[in-house]
Structures are given as C-alpha cells and as structure tokens.
Write a protein that binds this ligand. Structure first.
Ligand code: PEP
Ligand code: MN
Length: 338
C-alpha cells in the first residue's frame, strides 16, 4: 500500500501516519515528489485497513500496489523518472548514447575512442576496468589503473563515465572515478552489491541477467531504490535462448515497451551484447530506439579485431560515427533528440 498525503499536510500529520503504520509492524519509505509526500509500506506488517488510513488527517488517498515491486512501479510514481548526469537528462526526450570499448586496455586505446565517440555525438564513455569474464584465464581488466585512464578521458572530452563494479567492497573506489556504476548481467542478483550501490547514491546502470525475467530485473532494481537511490537505468542486453549459433544472445525487444509500461525507470538498450555480431549491431540499435529505449550502450573500439574482449561485437570508430547519423534520424522520427 502507498499513502498519498495532501500537498498541505503538516509535518505533524505525516508523522502521525508514519507512527500508525510502524505500530503495525511495517517499515515506511517516504518520498517527496513535486511537493507531494508519499508514504510507502515495506516489509511484513499486520494488514492495514485502507478505509481507516484514508480517514486520517492529512491523507488524500491510499492505493494498493499489487505488483511485487513497489518503488519501481508506475503505481508508486506515475511520471517517468528523470535525473541529470552532467549536462544530460536521463529519461526525458534526450536519448543517452553510451559508447566505448568493452575493456579499458590502454591509455591510447581509451583516449582515441573517447575523442572519436565524442565527436560522433556520444553522450557518455563506457569501458570496463573490472571485467566479469566467463574464463578465469581471460583478461580480467586493468583495475584501478583502468579507472584512472577513464577519469583522464573524462577530463579530456567532458564525457561522463559508465564503468562496471563487480563487488561490494569495490563500490567506494569505483565511485571515486565513475559517474554511473554498471552492474553486469552476471551480478544482477548479487544482493550485497545491489545494496552497496543503493547506499552509494550514485546513478546505476543495472543490466538484466541473461536468464532473468522482467520481474526479476525489477525486483533487483527494487533493492537499489529501497535505499532511496532512484537514479537507476535498466538495461536490456539480450537473454539466453536456444539459438546461439548465429547470435550471442536474443535481444528481447519486448522488454523495452513492457518495462516502460510497468516502471517509471529509464530503459537502455545494449545491442552489442544482445546480438554479439558487429555487422548487425546497427539494426538492433535502431530497433531499440524505435521501441522506446531512453538510451543505448554500444561497444566501440579503434581496432576491434585485436580487442582483448568482445571484439566480434565492437564497432570500429568510423562505423560508430556512421551509425550515429542513423540514430539521430530514427530518434527524431519519434520526437527524441540525441
Ligand atoms: C559489458 O558491458 O561489457 C558486460 C560485461 O556486459 P554484460 O554484463 O551485459 O555481459
Ligand atoms: Mn562487453
């Protein structure tokens, strides 16, 4: 249940409602949206009578939320969530374009990519310093040195940084360098990590696990929101299906409009990890925009054939620039701007 207070409700009336709810064993989550105070009930308390609660002084109305995810639901917050990162507003009419290599490999590789994607119109730089690799023998990332290269690239281009954090104890360190903390698909249900990024109060890009349902993704986001951190972007990056001969994963295009319907959080499409094939990244990118994505994350590399990770799906720098012209065209057809 959520309890929506009158805009004129006094502090005393709000406290009174909170006390009544907590006396019945619930925890409360208070949000203040455009001057309106909303009290959400969390945890497992005794049943509450919506009629009785609706009669308390200062209460405008109460609403039952039937979904398992509460704070992420449209019922809780009907308006799209928007937040600023640098000059960019995420979740509004602007389309966010996050581009860069899968892994930060060297200073030169990263700076060359950063300048090229910036010139082509990207709005964020991506690059992994800590890499979740299927094999322990594969390149694991440059660690803090990679983060330093990312910070230098931000300094040089002004592009905010999106980079992955893999464990809760690295959240403070990665937060020093990153503008957006990426949670990888393999970590979508690492609850200690979700709690840690929730507490960090930094923007988060939460990738859908490769076998996670849409509800699983929303429940994972709920962990972050429960800490009062609403700066969360959900990312569709392809799910495992039965065909892995021609594509790496299956891009779940359905997820974009479905998520936009049930949640107020912005949604980002990742065509690179979804299809996993360089020559087809363009088609999936454009489809993602048309489906209503609020942003894109596209792997881009100066020499993809020699990349240490995900080269097969990484665009060359000229390919990315060419794609951006088409991104702008499709975006403008549905009244969005890059
Ligand atoms: C990545 O963005 O390079 C990455 C590892 O993505 P995912 O977690 O979606 O596999
Ligand atoms: Mn990758």
């Amino acid at each position: 249940m959520i309890i929506i207070m009158d805009p004129e409700a006094t502090g005393f009336e709000i406290e009174n409602v909170v006390a009544e709810v907590e006396a019945r064993g619930w925890q409360t989550h208070i949000s203040r949206d455009s001057g309106e105070t909303i009290i959400g009930l969390q945890g497992q308390g005794q049943p509450m009578d919506p009629f009785h609660m609706g009669q308390l002084p200062g209460v405008r109305h109460t609403m039952a939320i039937t979904q398992k995810f509460k704070l992420a639901s449209r019922a809780f917050r009907p308006e799209d969530t928007t937040f600023a990162i640098g000059d960019m507003i995420i979740g509004g009419s602007q389309l966010a374009v996050i581009a860069g290599p899968c892994s930060v490999e060297s200073r030169d590789q990263l700076l060359e990519t950063a300048h090229a994607v910036k010139d082509a119109g990207a709005t964020f730089l991506r690059g992994g310093a800590y890499k979740p690799r299927t094999s322990p023998y594969s390149f694991q990332g440059l660690g803090e040195q990679g983060l330093k290269f990312l910070a230098e690239a931000r300094e040089a281009t002004g592009l905010p940084i999106v980079t992955e954090v893999m464990s809760p104890n690295k959240v403070p360190l990665v937060s020093v360098y990153a503008d957006v903390l990426q949670i990888g698909a393999r970590n979508m249900q690492n609850y200690d990590l979700l709690n840690a990024v929730g507490r960090a109060q930094k923007p988060v890009l939460l990738k859908r696990g490769m076998s996670a349902t849409i509800e699983d993704l929303l429940m994972a986001a709920e962990y972050i929101l429960a800490h009062g951190n609403y700066q969360v972007m959900l990312c569709e990056r392809g799910i495992r299906s039965f065909d892995n001969k021609y594509s790496r994963n299956t891009f779940d295009i359905n997820a974009i409009p479905l998520l936009k319907e049930v949640t107020h959080l912005p949604v980002v499409a990742d065509p690179s990890h979804a299809i996993g094939v360089r020559r087809h990244v363009r088609a999936v990118t454009l489809a993602g925009i048309a489906a209503g994505a609020d942003g894109l994350i596209i792997e881009t590399h100066p020499d993809p054939d020699h990349a240490v990770s995900d080269g097969d799906q990484s665009l060359t720098l000229p390919q990315f620039a060419e794609l951006m012209d088409q991104v702008r065209a499709v975006a403008s057809a549905i009244d969005r701007v890059v």
